[in-house]
Design a protein around this ligand. Structure first.
Ligand SMILES: O=C(O)c1ccccc1N[C@@H]1O[C@H](COP(=O)(O)O)[C@@H](O)[C@H]1O
Length: 210
């Protein structure tokens, strides 16, 4: 299973989290987020990471040129679209960045939203389901109603996100079987400052489930 730890801001923390076994790290490219980092800061983290780990930039409601410029100059291997981007927007990006993984994030409030997720499967490589929050786009620590996802079986891989922690991860994974999990605020001391003890505990829990 893929394990993505998101909201990395510091090179040493990125390196340590990669060594614990994360398969992907995420960098918040949304300027209003307290976890925002710029191109130079992303590059400083990416340079410390093994080649095999996925490096995902998280964007929301921004332009195609802004995303392509960030990807080209920072060494990202994937893009997570966390706003109201349409399937056509994903398609446009895919044509310009054919070797970059396109992850479409959807904030789920109801069963109907899970049906909407299906409309992205031919234009995105991967889906990510996050919890809906009325004021914030992401990194909110809000959990989804996992029972709503028990029948969710899209024709592409998908990440479960939203309020996951070392404490609730096993409970989530006994109810549903995503292709990957994505954690941010559940493994940090403060926004953008990851708690390595919590990350270690997460991997202990995941290994105990195997
Ligand atoms: O983390 C942020 O600040 C953020 C800002 C804007 C869009 C997305 C953001 N984070 C994403 O939110 C989810 C869930 O986070 P959490 O585990 O509930 O804290 C995750 O996919 C982050 O990539």
């Amino acid at each position: 299973m893929r394990v993505k730890i998101c909201g990395i801001t510091q090179p040493q923390q990125g390196k340590a989290i990669a060594s614990f076994g994360a398969t992907a790290l995420g960098f918040i490219c949304v300027p209003t987020s307290p976890r925002y980092i710029n191109i130079e800061q992303i590059r400083a983290v990416v340079e410390q990471l093994p080649e095999k780990i996925d490096k995902i930039g998280v964007f929301a409601n921004t332009s195609v040129p802004e995303i392509t410029q960030t990807v080209v100059h920072s060494g990202l291997t994937g893009v997570q679209l966390h706003g109201d981007e349409s399937p056509e927007f994903c398609q446009q990006l895919r044509q310009l960045l054919p070797d970059i993984e396109i992850i479409k994030a959807l904030r789920i409030r109801s069963f109907e939203d899970t049906e909407k997720a299906e409309t992205y499967t031919s234009n995105a490589d991967t889906l990510l389901l996050d919890a809906y929050h009325p004021q914030q786009l992401g990194g909110t620590g809000t959990t989804l109603d996992w029972t709503m996802l028990q029948q969710f079986s899209p024709s592409c891989p998908w990440f479960l996100a939203g309020g996951l922690t070392p404490e609730n991860i096993i409970q989530a994974l006994t109810q549903i079987t995503p292709s990957g999990i994505d954690l941010s605020s559940g493994v940090e001391r403060a926004p953008g400052d990851k708690d390595l003890d919590k990350v270690a505990k997460l991997f202990e829990k995941l290994h105990s489930k195997c």
